[in-house]
Design a protein around this ligand. Structure first.
Ligand code: ADP
Ligand code: MG
Length: 251
């Protein structure tokens, strides 16, 4: 059975989708990997080279209409369960759906044997789509932007994780925190990283910060993982470290 990891932070633009994609490719060097896009904005689907508006069946149809997961093979050992804007209605529709908390978990259970790792790219909200992702996950990995404002949001985030751990998913664990978009020249960023390490290291592993680099956006534009785009990027070492840690964690 695959280990399911939700990349979760209710703030947008902290690098969730970028990290999901790149971590997916690093894990896929040795493991079978499925990426699930559960954000109606479908950034991950776009990053992986698919045009969301042209996809007829998505994660939406799997969780709402009970069809088998419409998985796309992307190449390089990676599969994608895509999203598009149809998913934006799902939160409202889910409210009155029976067993709604388990909708994504049920979809994943049926395909879990085909993978070693399933990464879920959560939307930037604390809503139902994020909630059912946490219910379906074994671990949550939290990208945190190295800014004070973003760091303040982690308390609310941890409360949500705690709420899920209390009932629908007692097994859920925090795999770690990944500081992102770090600039060592910026004293506010430096202080934020120190605060993140100090406050969060007692909860789970805090990985070294991923620096702000235009190569992330540039590689995504070409639908390439960072390591195929530019082998010299310092972030590659951190991505390997996270991938290694996740493999040891689940071994
Ligand atoms: N480390 C980084 N340095 C610079 N830009 C980044 C970095 N990580 C992500 N980005 C860019 O920031 C934007 C938001 O990233 P994204 O992964 O979509 O965030 P989220 O999924 O949290 O909304 C994208 O344009 C992406 O290319
Ligand atoms: Mg995103």
């Amino acid at each position: 059975m695959a280990k399911v990891i939700a990349l979760f932070n209710q703030s947008g633009g902290v690098g969730k989708s970028t990290l999901t994609m790149n971590l997916g490719y690093h894990l896929a060097k040795e493991k079978r990997v499925l990426l699930i896009d559960i954000d109606p904005q479908a950034s991950l689907t776009l990053f992986m080279g698919l045009e969301p508006s042209e996809i007829s069946e998505t994660i939406y149809d799997a969780i709402i209409n009970d069809i088998p997961a419409p998985i796309k093979n992307i190449g390089q050992g990676i599969d994608l369960l895509p999203s598009n804007i149809n998913l934006s209605g799902a939160e409202l529709e889910l409210v009155n759906t029976d067993m709604r908390d388990y909708r994504l978990r049920d979809v994943i259970e049926k395909i879990s044997d085909s993978y070693d790792f399933i990464l879920i790219d959560c939307p930037p909200s604390l809503g139902l789509l994020s909630y059912i992702s946490l219910v379906a996950a074994d671990y949550v990995l939290v990208p945190v932007q190295t800014q004070y404002k973003s760091f303040m949001g982690t308390e609310l985030l941890l409360q949500t994780v705690g709420r899920v751990q209390k009932r629908p998913n007692r097994q859920l664990k925090i795999a770690g925190f990944v500081p992102t978009m770090y600039s060592s020249q910026n004293s506010q960023d430096v202080r934020a990283v120190e605060a993140i390490e100090f406050q969060l290291k007692g909860i789970a592993r805090v990985f070294p910060p991923i620096k702000r680099a235009t190569a992330f956006a540039d590689s995504v534009e070409k639908h390439l993982p960072l390591f195929l785009y530019d082998k010299s990027q310092p972030a590659l070492k951190i991505l390997d470290e996270i991938a290694q840690y996740l493999q040891e964690l689940v071994a």
